[in-house]
Design a protein. Structure first.
Lengths: 271, 103, 152
């Protein structure tokens, strides 16, 4: 199917140079219209519903729900919590992103083990039912719609997380000598027809950070921010980014701070 | 068991606008798995919508309707609080019914 | 319409079945999934399977769809008909393995305006076939896809 796309690109490329830019702009406009047509009716809502039911269900060895989970704003206070994560949690003396904290609550409140929760955090193939982790994350982020991104940076460990994330963002490595910044540190980069956000610009960073997790129509599934970074690492040919690893949390802190003030609109719907 | 639908029914003037999200794989029967075996078709075939027990839409889907189907329609005669009931059945005989009150 | 008549006159299911097998009533007159229509490979065959002969072009049918879809797996299509007595609306993708994607029966009181999302294996014409007053009408719009929606 990538083949089909190639034909399309070639078709554009063979147009006379003068009309080429125009054609590209028209295509971009139509793609924008396509995205707007999709926006009302996001199947992520189905996953959020399942997540809500899971959140409130008594489960695990301790037969408890997640309703007393503290995502940083106090036990059981979910509204707006995602927009202020990652943040420092005194009970574990470290910075956690939303997904780490949800898993933490499943361990602390419900008695699940980290191993079993980390085994298969993401649904694999198209059509497979979304994992509990994806459903819970979709539910939690959905409760921050409209909230402003406001990651606390007062605690030394929050600052350290940001600085490590920044370092990692610019770290070049792998067989392609790639960094996150190669694609996301300059203007005008794109993969196929997707414009890539330049994280050095607040509006770009906000647009990206506030729309993940997202329902990917090509995969028929909600994908989380942990998955997004895992897949970026794969595309860069970096070593596998471990689920909930300090590296993943630090990168999310970096992106979140760059996106401060943006308005959460997630789960979004994407190509 | 199939996951619940998400149904939104909103009264605008004298028209009730309905949007339905259905959780379904909508497998075409054209795809192959990693081992090269064809994945059997599995898709919603019938969707019916009723308002106060009266049919307001019957839809028939083929496998070309997208995964997690979305359906929009509208009808006249609804009032706030009235029930809109949606039922789907798929080619394997699975079935799901959900309802919502018009807002 | 025929179904209502049969029910009103007290026809039993057995009688209806007998009528179908005797070829008195077309299968499409009944509210059920029309296998022949969903198996059909082109516009004409779909219209025939629905019980019509041909579909006449109409400017009273509006198709709302993107000119270019980023992903063929999910192409939003809405169809609105201004034709009097619209009874059903069908969405067809010409170049899909089977053309008919979805069909909607529109009872009285329901607007002749429906929308859903379909898969498109490649750039193709999309047809909206409307049955109104017992006749079939069609409108067509081309949709380009940059990524086919059947392989993943």
């Amino acid at each position: 199917m990538k083949y089909k796309f190639a034909t399309f690109v070639v078709a554009i490329a063979t147009l006379p140079a003068a009309s080429m830019l125009g054609a590209q702009q028209d295509a971009q406009k139509e793609i924008e219209r396509y995205r707007q047509l999709l926006a009302d009716g996001n199947p992520a809502e189905l996953v959020e519903m399942r997540g809500e039911a899971l959140w409130k269900e008594k489960r695990g060895p301790k037969n408890a729900s997640l309703e007393q989970c503290d995502l940083g704003l106090g036990a059981g206070k979910l509204e707006g919590a995602y927009a202020q994560l990652p943040r420092y949690f005194a009970d574990v003396d470290r910075v956690m992103d939303a997904e780490s904290r949800i898993v933490h609550c499943q361990i602390a409140l419900q008695g699940f083990s980290k191993d079993e929760l980390s085994k298969r955090p993401y649904s694999l193939t198209q059509g497979e039912r979304q994992t509990d982790h994806e459903a819970l994350t979709a539910y939690v982020v959905g409760l921050s719609r409209g909230a402003k991104v406001a990651l606390p940076q007062a605690h030394p460990k929050e600052k350290e997380s940001y600085l490590r994330g920044e370092k990692m963002f610019f770290f070049k490595g792998g067989p392609y000598d790639f960094a996150c910044a190669t694609c996301h540190g300059v203007d005008g980069q794109r993969i196929r027809l997707q414009d890539l956000p330049n994280f050095q610009k607040a509006d770009n960073a906000q647009r990206a950070f506030t729309t993940w997790p997202a329902y990917r129509v090509s995969q028929g599934a909600v994908r989380t921010m942990q998955w997004r970074l895992y897949d970026c690492f794969r595309q860069q040919r970096f070593p596998e980014l471990a689920f909930l690893s300090p590296a993943s949390v630090d990168l999310i802190t970096y992106m979140g701070v760059k996106a401060q003030g943006g308005t959460m609109d997630s789960p979004a719907i994407k190509r | 068991m199939a996951d619940p639908m998400r149904i939104r029914a909103q009264l605008k003037g004298d028209t009730t606008e309905v949007r339905v999200l259905m959780a379904h794989v909508m497998e075409t029967g054209q795809r192959k798995d990693a081992a090269g075996a064809t994945i059997p078709a599995h898709y919603i075939q019938n969707v019916s919508a009723t308002h106060n027990g009266k049919s307001v839409l019957s839809a028939y889907f083929g496998p070309a309707v997208s995964q997690n189907p979305v359906m929009n329609f509208s009808f006249k005669g609804g009032a706030k609080g009235d029930k809109v009931v949606i039922t789907w059945t798929d080619n394997k005989g699975d079935k799901r019914t959900d309802e919502t009150a018009i807002a | 319409m025929q179904r209502r008549v049969v029910i009103k006159t007290g026809g039993s299911l057995a009688m209806i079945a007998a009528a179908i097998s005797a070829g008195v009533l077309p299968q499409s007159a009944f509210a059920s999934w029309n296998k022949n229509a969903f198996d059909a490979k082109n516009l004409n065959d779909v219209v025939k399977a629905m019980g019509g002969s041909t579909a006449e072009k109409s400017g009273d049918i509006a198709i709302t769809a993107p000119d270019i879809a980023e992903n063929g797996a999910v192409v939003p299509i809405a169809v609105a008909s201004k034709l009097a007595n619209t009874e059903s609306i069908a969405i067809l993708v010409e170049k899909n393995p089977s053309s008919l994607a979805a069909q909607f029966d529109i009872p009285g009181g329901t607007e002749a305006n429906v929308g859903t999302r379909v898969k498109m294996g490649q750039s193709s014409n999309v047809h909206a076939v409307v049955k109104a007053g017992g006749k079939y009408y069609v409108a067509t719009k081309e949709v380009k896809v940059t990524l086919g929606g059947c392989g993943g």
